[in-house]
Design a protein. Structure first.
Length: 94
């Protein structure tokens, strides 16, 4: 299971446990559910931040490659730079 899917599952299952625990008057189940939901949310936010940071790195790397490729007349390096910039844009918008 991917991390994103696992985090979403923890958020949903934790929320359900919390709701059920509150509905039946079981504070232990409600607390466990709230904790599981919060762990899923925090883990997902950390993963999103990591992906965003990697995207910035790819964008910078791609920009440098494109500039150098253009300066030295290397279309392969320019294309690699464009690809890295595109990857960075996708990662930053996840």
């Amino acid at each position: 299971m991917t991390d994103r899917l696992q985090n979403t599952a923890n958020q949903v299952i934790g929320g359900a446990k919390q709701t059920i625990g509150e509905a039946i008057g079981n504070p232990t189940l409600a607390g466990e559910g709230a904790a599981q939901k919060t762990r899923g949310e925090i883990t997902q936010k950390a993963a999103d931040a990591k992906t965003h940071t990697e995207g910035i790195g790819h964008s910078i790397q791609g920009s440098i490659q494109s500039t150098i490729g253009s300066a030295v007349g290397n279309p392969t390096l320019q294309a690699k730079g464009a690809a890295n910039q595109a990857l960075g844009n996708v990662e930053r918008n996840v």
